[in-house]
Design a protein around this ligand. Sequence first.
Ligand SMILES: Cc1cc2nc3c(=O)[nH]c(=O)nc-3n(C[C@H](O)[C@H](O)[C@H](O)COP(=O)(O)O)c2cc1C
Length: 412
Amino acid sequence: MSKPIYIMEEKLSVAPMMDWTNPHFRHLLRLVSTKTVLYTEMAVDNTVIYNTDGFLEERIGLVDPDGPAVIQLGGSDPDSLARASEILNDYGILSNHYQELNLNCGCPSNKVTQRGCFGAKLMLQPGLVRQIVHSMKRKVSCPVTVKCRLGVTNHRDTYAELVEFISEAHLGGANKFIIHCRDCVLEGLSTKQNREIPPLRYEELGRLRQDFPDLTFVLNGGVQSLDAALQHINPDSSLENDNGNSECLNTPHGVMMGRAVMHDPLLLATADTRVFGCRRDQGLSRRELLVRYGEYCDRMEGQMADIIEKKERVFHRSTTAIWNAYRRNLLGGVANIFTGIRGNKEYVKHVHPTDSDIARYFTDDYKLGEHIGGSKQMLSQYLDECTRFFSDESLDKPTAIHSDETLPSDRR
Ligand SMILES: Cc1cc2nc3c(=O)[nH]c(=O)nc-3n(C[C@H](O)[C@H](O)[C@H](O)COP(=O)(O)O)c2cc1C
């Protein structure tokens, strides 16, 4: 008999966000919350299959430290998506570092949708989604979940069509759905507008909860704070069901947050206690976060030396250009940890260095992962210099009591 596959609890997660939820930003988020589920950026099936530029190693494989995480795949061909899933499975990446695979059926990006039936366009073909999920599931030993919209305006935008989509994906083997609770507009709106303009309709997720009591639904879209997330998961006691159970039949099983966390990662600082019921939060001050993140950057710089050689061969770009982009990516991980604090403007400039800044401060001379740059800096030193922009009070204030008035007194 095959082993039962359990769906991971996902009371709170951080959304897949292209160019944001890379391994570096996820590393930072892990320093802030140990329990929040983290999604990778979307990985396109062929990028995983051909892995020409060290994508697997750079974007997916570097996972440190562990914690609940999900890989999101994009594509539209059942065979390619199955192959990509198999590769992730065979590498041991899925079993060691990620608990679920997610299929992107919600992305409205023209770049994505013009490449065929991809992202949100998949919502137009529920039968194809059933096939895709089925073929992915056959290759992996973890759950395959689906992230989608409520519908596609002017194409398939009724509740009955949403029900059909969920039913088909479920027939393919998906038991968990992350729903960005607005429609997608394929014509005339940019990707960015598509995250704002069609109105949110959280109530439809409540209907789905009632119509599919055995499936798991995670609410996404427009959640701005931990308080708001908690309000969705544990609404007012007036909404409790007859048993006094605060998990109501029309509340989501969890909440996924995207932009709010991107703009202020420390919003998750009290998630472990308040959402997951842990006894304590990580509680690192911003100074400690800079130190721990700086140590991570130094390790990554060393490890990246090999991948950079591969990229140089594939893309015919200069080593310096590749290093610069990589360092910017690393520094970008901590770009928003001082949001709203005096000194932030200078800090943001510092962590977005120009090419000449990079040339002045850093070296490209890495041999066998060892820094041999003479007087040049390690990224940890560069980050340490940022402390000059802030008062000791801002740097050392414990983040776990940051905007945390509602924490019960026994948890403080
Ligand atoms: C910069 C950015 C990149 C995104 N990339 C992806 C992606 O790769 N895959 C995906 O399913 N959604 C992507 N999204 C959509 C988010 O996952 C999320 O559904 C959306 O932002 C709504 O949640 P929010 O209101 O909490 O931000 C992206 C959003 C942003 C802002």
